[in-house]
Design a protein around this ligand. Structure first.
Ligand code: FAD
Length: 435
C-alpha cells in the first residue's frame, strides 16, 4: 500500500480520483455528506427510473467521460440521440439547429444573420483562445457580431447564466462553449447528444462498485467538518466527534466549503486563501416535472426573454425515450441566481406556480392539471463567475496546507464545468498524488 488518502466529496471528481488512486495501490476513504453519490449530477427516481436533479447530457467531445465509460464497460448504456434546439424570442419559438435555421431567423435582418454565422465560424476555427481571455464577451460580441446579434442571441444567454455579472464574463469562456459545441456536431447537421440509459446514476454506481471491489471505503451521509495537520504533516479530518488521520487529503467540495473546513477564523492570510476568497458562485434553481402532455417538439429551449423567470426549458423525453419513464414526458426549467435571491427562500409551491404561469405564456396549451410529479431543487454552488481576470485566481491543486489538495470545477478554464471535466480533474489529481 502506497499511502492512506481521504477524499472529501462524492461527486464525479471525488469518485474518479478514488478509483484511479486505488488502481495505483493507495488506500482510499471517501466521505460524502449527502445520502447519495454524484454531487451536482446526483439522481432521484421518477416513474421508476433515476434522473439527475439538474438537466444533464453528454457531448461527442466529452472524451474523458466516454473513455471512462468504455473502461467501466458502460459503452452499451451510453446512447446517442438527435438533439433539437429552439430560441424563444419576442413571443415566438424559432428553430435553431442548423445554418439554414440561422439564415431563416427573422428577428434579425438578413445581414445580421450572416454576421452571426461568420462569428460562430470564426470561433469554431480559432485555436488560440488565450487571445480572448482578457476580453469581455459582451464587448467582443458588440464589436464583432454587432448590436442586433448580441442583443437578440448572446446577451440573454449571458444574463441568464451569469445574472448581474454578465458584463464581466471572459470571451475565452464563451469561445469554449461555441468551440466544443460546434465540434460536437462533427459533420452532422443535427447535433448528437449522449445520455446513459439509467441516467448518470449508472456511472456513479459503477464507480462505487469498482471502488469497493478495490477495497476502497465510501461513507455517505458523512459530513467532514474540519481539516488540520499534525506536527509531522499528516492530515486530520474531523467527522462528528471522530478524528481520522491520513497521509494526504483531496478536497473536491466547492472552494467556499474548503475555506470553512481548512482556514480556521481566516487567521491564515495566504495568497492561496485570497484566491479562494475571490471566487464567486451562483446557485441554480431547477424545477423538474413530469406530465402526460407533450408540451413541445424541441429538446432544448433557450429563453431569450429576460422578463421570464427562467433561462432554459428542457424537454428531456424529446431527447431520450419516454418509455424509460413509463411513457411520461419529463421536463426541466432552470435558472442561475445569486445566493441571496428570493427564489432560494420562496416556498416550492409558490415558485412552481410562478414559473408555470410563465411557461403557459410560451406554450398556451400547457395544461398544469396533467402534471404528475413536481420536484424543486435549489443548488447552492452551481456555477462560478469566469471574468477576465479569472485565470489569475484559479487555485492550484496543491494547496498551501501540506498534503492537502483541492480539485473542483473552479480549476476548469476556459471550458464550462461538466462531468467530463470533473472526470479529467479526478484523473489529474490522482496523477499528481502518484507522481
Ligand atoms: C444546472 C446544471 C446543469 C448541468 N448540466 C450539465 C450537463 O449537461 N453535462 C455535464 O457534463 N455537466 C453538467 N453540469 C455540471 C456537472 O454537474 C458538474 O460539473 C459536476 O457534477 C461537478 O462534479 P464535482 O465532483 O466536481 O462537484 P460536485 O458535484 O459539486 O461534488 C462535490 C461533492 O462534495 C460534497 N460535499 C460538500 N461538502 C462536503 C463536506 N463537508 N463533507 C463531505 N462531502 C461534502 C457534496 O455533497 C458533493 O457531492 C451541470 C451543472 C448544473 C448545476
Amino acid at each position: 500500500m502506497k499511502g492512506r488518502i481521504a477524499i472529501i466529496g462524492g461527486g464525479f471528481t471525488g469518485l474518479t480520483a478514488a478509483y484511479y488512486l486505488l488502481k495505483h495501490g493507495y488506500s482510499v476513504d471517501l466521505f460524502e455528506k449527502a445520502n447519495d453519490l454524484g454531487g451536482l449530477a446526483s439522481s432521484f427516481i421518477i416513474h421508476g427510473m433515476p434522473i439527475e436533479v439538474s438537466y444533464h447530457h453528454i457531448f461527442k467531445t466529452d472524451i474523458f467521460l466516454i473513455n471512462l465509460a468504455k473502461e467501466l464497460n458502460l459503452e452499451n448504456k451510453l446512447k446517442w440521440f438527435k438533439s433539437s434546439t429552439a430560441i424563444y424570442y419576442n413571443n415566438h419559438l424559432y428553430s435553431f439547429n442548423t445554418t439554414k435555421d440561422l439564415l431563416r431567423f427573422t428577428p434579425l435582418p438578413f445581414i445580421d444573420r450572416l454576421r452571426a454565422g461568420l462569428v460562430i465560424l470564426f470561433l469554431k476555427q480559432l485555436k488560440n483562445w488565450k487571445i480572448l481571455t482578457k476580453k469581455k464577451a459582451i464587448d467582443w460580441l458588440y464589436k464583432w457580431a454587432g448590436k442586433n446579434v448580441t442583443e437578440v442571441i448572446w446577451k440573454p444567454l449571458l444574463v441568464g447564466k451569469f445574472g448581474e455579472y454578465y458584463q464581466t464574463i471572459s470571451m475565452a469562456w464563451l469561445w469554449s462553449r461555441v468551440y466544443n459545441r460546434s465540434h460536437s456536431r462533427q459533420f452532422r447537421v443535427n447535433e448528437l447528444l449522449g445520455y446513459f440509459e439509467g441516467g448518470f446514476k449508472v456511472l456513479a454506481i459503477s464507480l462505487e462498485q469498482n471502488i469497493r471491489n478495490l477495497n476502497g471505503n465510501i461513507f455517505v451521509n458523512t459530513q467532514v467538518n474540519k481539516i488540520s495537520t499534525t506536527s509531522t504533516n499528516l492530515v486530520k479530518i474531523y467527522v462528528g466527534d471522530r478524528v481520522h488521520i491520513y497521509d494526504k487529503v483531496i478536497v473536491t467540495t466547492p472552494s467556499d466549503v474548503f475555506i470553512t473546513l481548512a482556514y480556521d477564523n481566516n487567521a491564515n492570510k495566504s495568497v492561496y486563501l485570497s484566491k479562494l476568497q475571490k471566487i464567486k458562485y451562483l446557485g441554480a434553481i431547477i424545477i423538474l416535472f413530469s406530465s402526460t402532455q407533450n408540451i413541445s417538439n424541441y429538446y432544448w429551449h433557450n429563453i431569450n426573454d429576460i422578463s421570464l423567470p427562467f433561462l432554459v426549458f428542457i424537454n428531456h423525453t424529446q431527447l431520450v425515450p419516454r418509455e424509460w419513464y413509463s411513457g411520461k414526458y419529463v421536463y426541466y426549467l432552470g435558472k442561475y441566481v445569486p445566493h441571496d435571491h428570493e427564489y432560494f427562500t420562496m416556498r416550492d409551491d409558490d415558485l412552481a406556480l410562478l414559473w408555470f404561469r410563465s411557461l403557459k405564456k410560451i406554450f398556451p396549451n400547457f395544461d398544469q392539471s396533467l402534471i404528475q410529479t413536481i420536484k424543486v431543487f435549489k443548488l447552492k454552488y452551481a456555477q462560478h463567475i469566469v471574468d477576465c481576470s479569472y485565470e489569475e485566481i484559479i487555485p492550484e491543486y496543491n494547496t498551501d496546507i501540506p498534503n492537502v489538495y483541492l480539485a473542483n470545477f473552479t480549476q476548469i478554464f476556459p471550458e464550462d464545468r461538466g462531468v467530463n471535466f470533473a472526470i479529467r480533474e479526478g484523473i489529474n489529481i490522482a496523477k499528481i498524488i502518484n507522481y
